[in-house]
Design a protein around this ligand. Structure first.
Ligand code: CDP
Ligand code: CDP
Length: 222
């Protein structure tokens, strides 16, 4: 099979990781959750009692970490990280850390190394614009902030977390703004990405749309 790179970007709660994982499963490609890499650095910095706003220390930490893929998430130095990196605290810290140019440079290199070794479905904020500008398929997922906050609320509630919808909406709004306005590799739709508004779409419908784009590519269409 022809090697494929599928890039899926968009704001928080748009459905990126859920659909990226499914598309990867359907096509037999590796799934790379780049957000989990930023989250992992934030988590590790807290574990090691680092000042998460000390750019030099955090950049050094990013350099030292070894990331590997696992079907259920991302492994950092051999440890599978799951729900511990999905808290609101880690979301906000990851967004602050993601502004640091040194951290971005290191992670982008690691992400490109992963994609050089295998076919991937990679999701994040800057995949189509910066990490894999030559990706075969580029998708930009969006949904209203109300819908995205509600999705995240239900997800966290189902995990038994104590969450408040207004607080969550505000955290997502602030994080989106940070991601859209940062100087280095901000969140934005690549010129050649297909925009999918997921507000009223089910997960299956989004997956099917992306699969159609991939089949078109695999079939040699333009
Ligand atoms: O799952 P959710 O969309 O809420 O967030 P995520 O994809 O896990 O990413 C967490 C944070 O990492 C984002 O708010 C961004 O600040 C940052 N990030 C980034 O800057 N670039 C990426 N390629 C992926 C994530
Ligand atoms: O990765 P991203 O932050 O873009 O979103 P996600 O983590 O894939 O999706 C956030 C939540 O919304 C998950 O619990 C998904 O199952 C849910 N979701 C949904 O209910 N309907 C959709 N059309 C897309 C996602």
């Amino acid at each position: 099979m022809k090697q494929l790179q599928v890039a899926i970007d968009g704001p928080a709660g748009a459905g990126k990781s859920t659909v990226a994982r499914r598309v990867a499963g359907r096509l037999g490609l590796s799934y790379v959750d780049t957000g989990a890499m930023y989250r992992a650095i934030a988590w590790k910095a807290l574990q090691e009692n680092l000042n998460v706003f000390d750019e030099e220390a955090v950049t050094q930490l990013a350099e030292q970490l070894h990331f590997s893929l696992h079907p259920q998430g991302v492994m950092v130095n051999g440890q599978l990280l799951k729900e511990e990196i999905r808290t609101q605290e880690i979301s906000s810290l990851a967004s602050a850390i993601a502004k640091m140019p040194g951290v971005r440079r290191i992670l982008v290199n690691k992400q490109r190394d992963i994609a050089a070794r295998q076919s991937v479905v990679m999701d994040g904020r800057d995949i189509g614009t910066h990490v894999l500008p030559e990706a075969d398929v580029k998708v930009f997922l969006t949904a209203t902030i109300e819908e995205r906050a509600l999705r995240r609320y239900k997800e966290l509630k189902a995990r038994g977390a104590d969450v408040d919808l207004d607080g969550l909406r505000e955290e997502i709004r602030r994080r989106d703004e940070n991601d859209r306005t940062r100087k280095y590799a901000p969140l934005k739709q690549a010129k050649d990405a297909v925009l999918i508004d997921t507000t009223h779409l089910s997960i299956d419908e989004i997956v099917e749309s992306i699969m159609q784009l991939c089949r078109h590519k695999l079939g040699g269409g333009e």
